[in-house]
Design a protein around this ligand. Structure first.
Ligand code: ARG
Length: 565
């Protein structure tokens, strides 16, 4: 039985309003003295033309007895419900136990396809922590939508075309050589890219023309240019593969920008036919002044295509290929204008779905101690270095805390990656992330390792138990800490839905943190293995449910839950 739903139902009847509206409005007060579920009456005030406290009092009188409710109270504008703890413990935990790993999942998505465009690093440039944000957020959304019965489809839209290739090839031809690139890989390619920009900044403007000429050669299919292009792409992909491997991420499609080279022409023609494309000083663009945006450039005056040209084409292609209900694009907010522009162009072409189904999911910067990163300036913390340093630091911590841990290397990786991902997903994605080793790696703060450690603690308690707990009497779980923990566990299904609705993985991270904190409080105040047999069984049962839910929440955001650490 879903207590919150039952309460919503009762309130809806008494107030004569929609039950879903009530359900969404019901809160769980942070202070249990104020009730276990609380319905705020502010919103009703306008319609009913009465003060919220008056409405709350009247509603209270109109609600019939609910057999799992101990007491209903009105406090100011709130109608507060106090639940019978024993009934609640039984209902929630039996459900978690029954559903196990599937607790929280549903099929509200009805199999609709959600295409998620994320990670998308740019060839010849290093995979930096900015791409990490896209990867981690996109991957979490992928899992979250799958959990709700959607069919997620991940696309790594590789930046494998465009003027940056012209720049790298120009720089390679001028200052590079094959051996150095073979040895240095992407670092050497990046060195060349950085040097290119330095020279341009120092006044060598002709270089830009050389780069453009290389790019044009690529567009014309020039054999030598294409061979260099493929070579640079292969080297880059090899290094990205190492990172995806470590993160345990793969993609359903790697169709990058270059995939659309031979697919743009008919789309450009369609744009011309539709009459929305205008010629301006030799270039072709879509005027967007009516929508208070600068024009969207579709063809350069030299006939070259642009980032937007490929994105318009890929959106149409994806729609016909995958028939998505939503297509998400996970990038930094720097690209917000680009997405708003090309979404509008697709809509103006007559594709109405663009207005509701194409969605930019922006995020803030990752701030390193030395300031904002820029590949152009070479001020990047390479992903590889970051991962390596994290593993080293975590191994040091584990060596101190648990020197005899089996499979130390693997656990250090899981915990290191947990620390990085959790740090990235702990706040609303639009907020900048401050990168700090101390904060991120602490086993005590609000961190990934803390949550993982709590999960391992659950495993350790269960491992030490000498009695079974399948038939535990769950009505014994009525202490404040037990009840608080159970209440939090019960909200997992709603949290997943909320995370999907808002495209916000941090809702799951926060949930995992709340579970961990509530479990630790319970663990410190309520002895488990030293309790009498009946109580011990019930507490083991609760511990087992907590373990299941924490592991499931971590999994949704791409973090492993080691048994021991
Ligand atoms: N590769 C681009 C970048 O790193 C992001 C691509 C985003 N996806 C898209 N369909 N435009 O900036």
């Amino acid at each position: 039985m879903d207590f919150k739903f039952e309460i919503a139902n009762a309130v809806a009847k008494a107030a004569n309003i929609d039950v879903n509206e009530v359900f969404d409005a019901i809160e769980i007060p942070p202070d249990a003295d104020l009730g276990d579920f609380s319905f705020p009456c502010f919103k009703l005030a306008k319609n009913l033309k009465k003060a919220p406290p008056v409405i709350a009092a009247e509603l209270m009188d109109g609600i019939n007895d609910l057999d799992f409710v101990r007491r209903i109270a009105q406090t100011g504008a709130y109608l507060n419900f106090f639940i019978k703890r024993d009934a609640y413990a039984k209902a929630v935990l039996a459900k978690i136990n029954l559903e196990g790993k599937n607790f929280g999942r549903s099929d509200i998505g009805g199999g609709g396809t959600i295409v998620i465009d994320y990670s998308h690093p740019n060839m010849a440039k290093p995979f930096h922590v900015g791409h990490l944000r896209s990867t981690v957020i996109g991957h979490a959304l992928y899992n979250i939508f799958n959990a709700l019965g959607y069919r997620s489809f991940s696309i790594n839209y590789l930046g494998d075309w465009g003027t940056q290739f012209g720049k790298v090839i120009a720089a390679y031809e001028k200052w590079g050589n094959e051996d150095d690139v073979k040895k240095g890989g992407i670092r050497e390619l990046n060195r060349l890219y950085v040097k290119f920009h330095e020279e341009v900044d120092n006044g060598d403007k002709a270089l830009d023309d050389v780069a453009r000429a290389w790019h044009n050669k690529m567009e014309a299919g020039d054999e030598y240019a294409m061979r260099l292009w493929q070579w640079i792409k292969d080297i880059s992909m090899e290094e990205y593969a190492k990172i995806y491997d470590l993160l345990g991420i793969s993609f359903d499609s790697y169709q990058g920008e270059s995939y659309y080279n031979d697919k743009m022409e008919p789309v450009v023609q369609e744009l011309k036919d539709s009459g929305i494309l205008k010629q301006d000083k030799g270039a072709w663009l879509v005027d967007l002044e009516r929508f208070k945006m600068p024009p969207c450039l579709v063809l350069r005056s030299d006939g070259g295509t642009l980032y937007a040209t490929r994105d318009i084409t890929s959106a149409l292609h994806r729609k016909s290929e995958y028939d998505f209900v939503k297509a998400l694009y996970v990038t930094s907010h720097e690209q917000s204008l680009h997405f708003a522009q090309f979404f509008k162009v697709v809509e103006l072409m007559g594709y109405d779905w663009a207005a509701t189904q194409l969605l930019h999911v922006p995020f803030g910067y990752m701030n390193l101690p030395q300031g904002k990163m820029s590949t152009r300036k070479g001020n990047v913390l390479l992903m590889e270095d970051l991962l390596e340093q994290t593993f080293e630091k975590i191994t040091e911590i584990i060596d101190k805390k648990n020197p005899n841990l089996a499979d130390k290397e693997n656990v250090a990786k899981q915990v290191g990656i947990g620390a990085i991902i959790f740090n990235d997903l702990y706040n609303s994605r639009i907020k900048d992330v401050e990168f700090s080793w101390e904060r991120m790696l602490s086993f005590e703060g609000e961190t990934g390792p803390y949550v993982q450690y709590t999960h391992a603690r659950c495993c350790s308690v269960l491992g030490k138990a000498t009695i079974g707990f399948d038939d535990a009497d769950l009505s014994l779980l009525t202490s404040d800490e037990e009840f608080a923990l159970i209440k939090i566990l019960s909200t997992f299904p709603e949290r997943i839905e909320e995370a999907a609705q808002k495209y916000e993985p941090f809702i799951i991270s926060r949930f995992a943190m709340q579970c961990a904190q509530a479990f630790n409080k319970f663990y410190h105040e309520n002895p488990i293995l030293k309790a009498d047999e009946d109580l011990q069984e019930a507490r083991l049962y609760l511990t087992d449910c907590t373990k299941t839910v924490i592991a499931a929440a971590l999994k949704l955001i791409g973090i492993a839950a080691p048994q021991e650490m």
